[in-house]
Design a protein around this ligand. Sequence first.
Ligand code: ACO
Length: 380
Amino acid sequence: MSDEIKKGLAGVVVDYTAISKVNPETNSLLYRGYPVQDLAANLPFEAVALLLWTGDLPTEDELKQFQEFERAHRALDPNVKQAIDLLPTDCHPMDVGRTAVSVLGANHPKAEDSSPEAELEKAKALFAAFPAVVAYDQRRRRGQDVVEPNADLDYSANFLWMTFGEEQPEEVVDAFRVSMVLYAEHSFNASTFTARVITSTLSDLHSAVTGAIGALKGPLHGGANEAVMHTFDEIGIRKEESREDAAGRAKAWMEDALAQKKKIMGFGHRVYKNGDSRVPTMKAALDRMIAHYGRDEMLGLYDGLEAAMGEAKDIKPNLDYPAGPTYHLMGFDTEMFTPIFIASRITGWTAHIMEQRASNALIRPLSEYNGPDQRELPNG
Ligand code: ACO
């Protein structure tokens, strides 16, 4: 392979961004200059969304105004409900999310308006509308009906309310909020890059987000949070099992999986080689959920897998590893985990769409041909 070919674009810097900085050397991640851990510790997700879009933390008034907008736009759109109802309840929920964004785009009065004002308005509307899609899809798979939004609750609390039809304890809402902040943005990852490629052709915002959802679905990217739970299921979750016993079984499973040269989902990262900067914050949220639900055996499985992977290959967990079991404990079905990731990453994607639009160049790399030499069609 020619030295010029960078398979997977590994190590290639393709553009500037002012939205986030991933620094694998210092194991840090900044959104618009602020450490993500500090944002997760202190801010509602709505404030982080505004930060990503506008570049600055909102004033109290700006945040209040946006929270009112979000409350006014969070009910399940009837067109979207109709479209979702056409889809089988056993299709992948990422297909539902992708379809919903397409329908929202086709119905948005400013769908083709790419002015900065219209783009921001569409980003905010998508942010507000998407939780109802996840919540309804989760419910219909359980044979349940739509739960109308609760105007007394903020974004995170209402997301859980619309999903489970009950207000959740404060610590559960908080762990969910933390996950939303951590999943929001991560520079030129595969789905964000997809959104930027689509935007670079001067296509519209909803098309770019729809494409990004397709990229996020794969298990090498967002689909890993779901895949992590499949690993836990394969090992077997035994409520009431001691932490030590669960860790022992997890360790044995990992040794066997690695001996078979399996890729272990939730471990490794293209950029971070010494651990994902978001993991400690998400792991702390998982620990709080394990304590809240009294599920020590989950910690055993978690620690057992992590330790065995560390010993065998020195590969560290990524954000999907603690996020998967956290959503499981909250009561989400496994296949709903990646759609939750969409709800969060809509913020980062749309911030990048606006940034790409502001200084656009068509993204069109080259390839080196290695097919047959020029030849002639057979006679006749
Ligand atoms: N399990 C087993 N081995 C692994 C893993 C893993 N999860 N990750 C990396 N390795 C090994 C590879 O087999 C390879 O070994 P080799 O050199 O002996 O062939 C070496 O480590 C390098 O791995 P690559 O896949 O080449 O590294 P790359 O940077 O391309 O991959 C990736 C990064 C795709 C994330 C990889 O670590 C992976 O597949 N992980 C599992 C999927 C996952 O968790 N994705 C979520 C990403 S984070 C996010 O989306 C929030």
